[in-house]
Design a protein around this ligand. Structure first.
Ligand code: PAF
Length: 281
């Protein structure tokens, strides 16, 4: 497995593979890899001849008060996971390599990014779209892999790829969870033991939504209300949002029709966690 910090070297490697007729899968990450990322790399290795994993903590997608400076890092651990899952190349650029001094071009979107995380994190998706475009241009993959845990990110990236005619297949993979249901996330490391216990309320509320939908309830307001009541009953937890939206457009829906996204974000102490249940895919 190769490791490089330059776009030039990534391009040279991918070009050489392409000359041999090999396909390329790409897993963009911000590092501190967990089983969720691991499953993406494994899937990419299954479906492509070569896999590139990028590790870059993208400053553009963090808000001013967000945890950019505390974002966890552990390159040795990340390298072992990439090696274990069969990645051929790790692209680990510096901030300077990605954003030159005079950088001033952005990829932005309207509509899809106004709800859910886009509402509470203004400019977050502009940062995601910009960096993902830059990474796609550097790696030039056949397929790119994203986790359903960030369902809005999946919708946004799919829309961007379609709108901007990028010739890349976006593959969304299932959320990987801890034994008690908490979705794997690099941010879980910030939870103390009390917060870790409280955090399971997010999955419990989504399970409640799933059960209600399975029982035939289709009114978003009723399901939202039940979820909010449940989450509010947990001490030390604050709701950012509980929303029910169309999976593709991210627009709120009053009656649940497949495919629908039931998504929630909560603060447990200072840590913001997101998770979702997707109905009908
Ligand atoms: O999902 C993430 O970790 C990031 O948003 C991504 C796609 C790597 C872009 O920085």
């Amino acid at each position: 497995m190769k490791i490089t910090d330059t776009i030039k070297e990534v391009r040279e490697n991918v070009k050489a593979w392409r000359t041999e007729g090999l396909t390329v899968g790409f897993v963009p990450t911000m590092g501190y890899l967990h089983e969720g990322h691991q499953s993406l790399i494994r899937m990419a290795a299954k479906e492509n001849d070569r896999v590139v994993v990028s590790i870059f903590i993208n400053p553009l997608q963090f808000g001013e008060k967000e945890d950019l400076d505390n974002y966890p890092e552990n390159f040795e651990h990340d390298r072992n996971i990439c090696e274990l899952e069969g990645a051929a190349l790790i692209f680990r650029p510096s901030r300077e390599e990605m954003y030159s001094k005079n950088f001033c071009s952005y990829v932005d979107m309207t509509g899809l990014t106004d709800t859910l995380c886009g509402k509470s994190r203004p400019n977050h998706f502009r940062g995601v779209c910009t960096v993902v475009t830059k990474l796609f241009n550097a790696v030039n993959p056949d397929r790119a892999y994203f986790g359903w845990k960030d369902a809005q990110q999946v919708a946004v990236v799919k829309r961007m790829v379609s709108d901007l005619n990028m010739d890349i297949e976006i593959v969304a993979c299932e959320t990987i969870r801890e034994a008690d249901g908490l979705a794997k996330s690099s941010r879980n490391v910030h939870l103390n033991s009390e917060e870790r216990k409280a955090a399971t309320i997010l999955q419990k509320a989504l399970k409640l939504a799933e059960k209600k939908i399975a029982s035939g309830i289709r009114t978003s307001r009723d399901i939202q209300k039940a979820m909010i009541e449940m989450i509010d009953s947990e001490a030390g937890v604050k709701i950012d949002y509980v929303e029910i939206v169309d999976l593709e457009t991210m627009k709120p829906i009053s009656d649940i029709e497949a495919p629908a996204l039931i998504a929630a974000a909560i603060y447990v102490g200072n840590t913001r966690l997101i998770d979702n249940y997707i109905y009908g895919i």
